[in-house]
Design a binder for this molecule. Structure first.
Ligand code: NAD
Ligand code: UDP
Length: 315
């Protein structure tokens, strides 16, 4: 039986990759969770294991529309947003709306309920960064009118309105800038490099390397990310904090590792580099280390092993 005293959290985007892992963590910490999701890029399969859990409920809802929930709410975790370049190229208006109107509604809900608010922001706020590794005080190098602008600028607006609600309405807000995170429950075909390469390798298809594959990314396993997020939600700190794994790879080297770990004989095929694709990305996590006593623990090989096992059943 759910006890009435358990704190209640709302997770927007709760049927997505990260939202569903966060939901699991919050339930494990003894909270109740209400997941809101319109399923535009998410899937209730990610929450199927929670069926019958009295502390969990799911509401199919577009968070760009007014949010009404009866009863107390202690935390609002705003994770709803397309997150893959393919997704936000296909649905740019929804991406802009969920980052702007959706964030406004989620903040309004937090304000009305006296709840803590938590924004899932992104390393894309730094754009194609001229500072490396990226520290939180870097303002970024974003092309507002390029194809990625719909995502980057929506998230930058989301950060701005979150800080305005904090300063003006005194809402207890938190902002995490998430760097490339991977793991089970990503969609095989969402276009991000981890599922793309693993799916191609498992199917014996060529791995589609964009550009020459010399651009870099730093990959964080989902359990590490969720641990950093949970810790951040528990401290009295309101400015953005980077959470990610600082071990940096070129995309080509990452592809070679996927081939080795899947035992695949696939080759590489080179495709044009998408417009404004950041050339380098690595988080400076000094702030997270000091503030949260957090750093990632899962090595890429170990996280990839779990992720490859998950995708074996899906290809
Ligand atoms: P995802 O696509 O798996 O999850 C996003 C979820 O939001 C989906 O379930 C989708 O259906 C839902 N959603 C989108 N628009 C909605 C709307 N208007 N109303 C209700 N639900 C809506 O992606 P993810 O990787 O889990 O990303 C989750 C969050 O983390 C996003 O805000 C994303 O910007 C952020 N983020 C993720 C990464 C990463 O590497 N995974 C990196 C940076 C930031
Ligand atoms: N990428 C690639 N092949 C793919 C998908 C992505 O080479 O099939 C590259 C992409 O150009 C980028 C990096 O991998 O440089 C990471 O892409 P992803 O879509 O995962 O996320 P991003 O970090 O760009 O948001």
């Amino acid at each position: 039986m759910a006890t009435k005293k358990k704190p209640v959290s709302v997770v927007t985007g709760g049927a997505g990759f990260l939202g569903s892992h966060l939901t699991d963590r919050l339930l494990a910490e003894g909270l109740r969770v209400i997941a809101l999701d319109n399923l535009i890029t998410g899937n209730t399969d990610n929450l199927a294991h929670l069926a019958g859990n009295p502390d969990f409920s799911f509401i199919k809802q577009d968070v760009t529309n007014y949010l009404y929930l009866p009863g107390p709410v202690d935390y609002v975790f705003h994770f709803a947003s397309p997150a893959s370049p393919i997704d936000y190229l296909e649905i740019p208006i929804q991406t802009l709306k969920v980052g702007s109107l959706g964030t406004h509604n989620a903040l309004g809900l937090a304000k009305a309920k006296g709840a803590k608010f938590f924004l899932a922001s992104t390393s894309e706020c730094y754009g194609d960064p001229l500072v490396h590794p990226q520290t939180e005080d870097y303002w970024g190098n974003v092309n507002p009118i390029g194809p990625r602008g719909c995502y980057d600028e929506a998230k930058r607006f989301a950060e701005a309105i979150t800080m305005a609600y904090h300063r003006h309405h005194k809402v207890d807000t938190h902002i995490v800038r998430i760097f490339n995170t991977y793991g089970p429950r990503m969609r095989l075909r969402d276009g991000r490099v981890v599922p793309a390469f693993i799916g191609q390798a498992l199917k014996g298809q060529p791995l589609t390397v964009f550009g020459k594959g010399q651009q870099t990314r730093s990959f964080c396993y989902c359990s590490d990310l969720i641990d950093g997020i949970y810790r951040l939600s528990q401290v009295d700190y309101h400015e953005p904090v980077n959470i990610g794994n600082p071990t940096e790879f070129t995309i080509l080297d990452f592809g070679k590792l996927v081939l080795k770990m899947t035992g695949s004989k696939s080759k590489f095929v080179y495709k044009p580099l998408p417009t404004d694709d950041p050339k380098q990305r690595r988080p400076d996590i000094t702030k997270a280390k000091k503030l949260l006593g957090w750093e990632p623990k899962v090595k890429l090989e170990d996280g990839l092993k779990q992720t490859i096992e998950y995708f074996r059943d899906k290809v």
